[in-house]
Design a protein around this ligand. Structure first.
Ligand SMILES: *[C@@H]1O[C@H](CO)[C@@H](O)[C@H](O)[C@H]1NC(C)=O
Ligand SMILES: *[C@@H]1O[C@H](CO)[C@@H](O)[C@H](O)[C@H]1NC(C)=O
Ligand SMILES: *[C@@H]1O[C@H](CO)[C@@H](O)[C@H](O)[C@H]1NC(C)=O
Ligand SMILES: *[C@@H]1O[C@H](CO)[C@@H](O)[C@H](O)[C@H]1NC(C)=O
Ligand SMILES: *[C@@H]1O[C@H](CO)[C@@H](O)[C@H](O)[C@H]1NC(C)=O
Length: 494
């Protein structure tokens, strides 16, 4: 999850609310998997224990704590490194079918390179995976969820094309050690959010501000590195281990503010720059970046006096090498936003390339929350239908959806959000033939929420971060998820 859109905080959260009382019982399709998720840096803590190396998030939270809203860090977080039993217990209690976690690169390879494998790191994930399997929960592993080794960042990180080798070497260690039990792998979590906020605005680690330049180098190398790891798995490991592997893309749905042609083209531009830039090269029939993205960045680069487009070009060999490299469309979805053209496009930046403003029409309805976090079921459905038609009807694994709170056990708004989104997903499966196979609640428990620190909570379980025990206490939404996994149906009141 990325909370960067909290530049819009604090505005209004539209709580799912209705005066009419039509009740519908929604039954889940029997093959729709329900799960929950987390990521390593957000929960593990033990940032330098048992041989773990320094990651870019360790470095940034320590050296640039002003970049984190409450100045906090993930040094201890949920202390999950020491609490496998507690975590697996609460996962089991939810009755979910799978748990998506991520592997910390520097816990496995402290220097970033496979010349030194940290046995304690291997033991930790082995124990987690085995405990999940013992409880009948399928483990799903994200290979990269933003915590790059600092040693590799010092060499340029995702802006250096050699990251393709480094990432492949790291992934190989994971396939060798865990591939006998992991049947679903996610290569990279949210390329757009990761590149944009790490290399453009610099609000994510490593905090580099390279507007309109570094961000595109990052996308380019993420896509190439992802494809390398896909092919490694597809060729060498899949025949034996029989799993699936793919990428995970976050996108909102973008609705034109009005029916004007300008607003409609703004919505299309936003879509192509947020979703298309990583989805088109992998899932479209032709491959490569979307035409619109290539055209816009090339044109603006030329006007700005760059000798070539700031968006690097794939060779024909790379286009076909990257095309088709995902066994499913991993999707993170949080919001539907209304958009219109941006007024001033002066200055070199990705946001000016996109040239879109979000209409904050829900501002101030309730001061507590960002307008960003509202459930808009029709937006979710439109998004899923677009994925179906634009990207050759892939299997869709929804790997994140969720909403924050600021500290409550009575999170009715979260239950309503999940009900509305789950209903939208079920209808897109039944009415529109979208092949959604998995629905993931973000997140298992309150955790370090990147630049928001511990201010915003996404968990089904609440933690008290000022106590060393980090007791996990269920919120109302945890009971709701339990009832959905048990009954495979829920009542939608609308
Ligand atoms: C605003 O928040 C209050 C307190 O949580 C809640 O009772 C109310 O329904 C909210 N209003 C809207 C319009 O969401
Ligand atoms: C919906 O489910 C509830 C129990 O959760 C049941 O009492 C009710 O009769 C059901 N309604 C319909 C229309 O099936
Ligand atoms: C950043 O962190 C590193 C390693 O922890 C330290 O050696 C260095 O002095 C710090 N730099 C700044 C500018 O604080
Ligand atoms: C994955 O491997 C299978 C079996 O060898 C092959 O048919 C398929 O084309 C490969 N996928 C890609 C994207 O190369
Ligand atoms: C967290 O624990 C501290 C120390 O025991 C306590 O003072 C505080 O009230 C707790 N916070 C919550 C929200 O329970």
């Amino acid at each position: 999850m990325w909370l960067t859109k909290l530049w819009v905080v604090p505005f209004a959260l539209f709580l799912y609310k209705c005066d009419c009382k039509s009740r519908t019982n929604i039954t889940l399709p029997s093959d729709l998997l329900i799960g929950t998720a987390s990521s390593a840096y957000q929960i593990e803590g033990a940032w330098n224990s048992d041989g773990k190396g320094e990651s870019i998030w360790d470095r940034m939270t320590h050296n640039m704590s002003f970049k984190i809203m409450d100045g906090s860090n993930g040094d201890v977080a949920c202390d999950s490194y020491h609490k496998i039993k507690e975590d697996v217990d609460i996962i089991h209690r939810l009755g979910v079918q799978f748990y998506r976690f991520s592997v910390s690169w520097t816990r496995i390879l402290p220097t970033g390179f496979p010349s030194k494998i940290n046995k304690a790191g291997i033991r930790y994930y082995n124990k987690l995976i085995n405990s999940l399997l013992k409880r009948g929960v399928m483990p799903i592993a994200t290979i990269y969820h933003w915590d790059l080794p600092q040693s590799l960042q010092d060499l340029g990180g995702w802006a250096n094309p050699l990251i393709q080798d480094w990432f492949e070497n790291y992934a190989k260690v994971l396939f060798e050690n865990f591939g006998d039990r992991i049947k679903v792998w996610i290569t990279v979590n949210e390329p757009r959010q990761m590149c944009s906020y790490s290399y453009s605005t610099g609000v994510y680690a490593p905090g580099i501000i390279s507007e309109g330049v570094g961000v595109y180098l990052c996308y380019h190398n993420v896509l190439r590195a992802h494809a390398r790891v896909y092919h490694l798995y597809n060729t060498t490991y899949k025949p034996l281990q029989k799993g699936k592997i793919g990428i995970n893309i976050e996108t909102s749905w973008f609705e034109p503010a009005t029916s004007s042609a300008a607003d409609k083209s703004a919505a299309e531009r936003m879509w192509q720059f947020e979703c298309g830039i990583s989805a088109h090269p992998i899932f479209s029939e032709k491959g490569d970046y979307p035409k619109l993205v290539k055209y816009v960045v090339a044109k603006r680069s030329k006007e700005e006096g760059f000798p070539r487009s700031r968006l690097p070009r794939f060779t024909p060999e790379e286009i076909s090498y990257i095309k088709g490299t995902s066994d499913f469309f991993g999707l993170n979805h949080y919001a539907t936003l209304k958009v219109r053209p941006k007024k001033s496009l002066k200055g070199v930046s990705e946001l000016n390339d996109i040239g879109v403003d979000v209409v904050k029409e829900y501002e101030n309805r309730n001061k507590t929350w960002s307008f960003y976090f509202r459930s808009v079921p029709w937006g979710f459905t439109k998004l899923l239908i677009n994925i179906k038609y634009r990207y050759q009807n892939p299997d869709v694994y929804i790997f994140e959806t969720g909403v924050p709170d600021e500290g409550t056990l009575d999170d009715k708004h979260r239950i309503n959000y999940f009900k509305a989104n789950l209903a939208a997903v079920v209808s897109s499966i039944r009415e529109d033939g979208v092949k959604v196979r998995a629905f993931t609640v973000w997140s298992l428990m309150d955790s370090f929420e990147w630049r928001s620190g511990y201010k915003y909570h996404f968990g089904l379980y609440s933690l008290n971060f000022s106590t060393p025990e980090r007791i996990r206490t269920p919120k109302a939404s945890a009971h709701f998820v339990r009832s959905v996994t048990k009954n495979r149906r829920f009542q939608l009141i609308q």
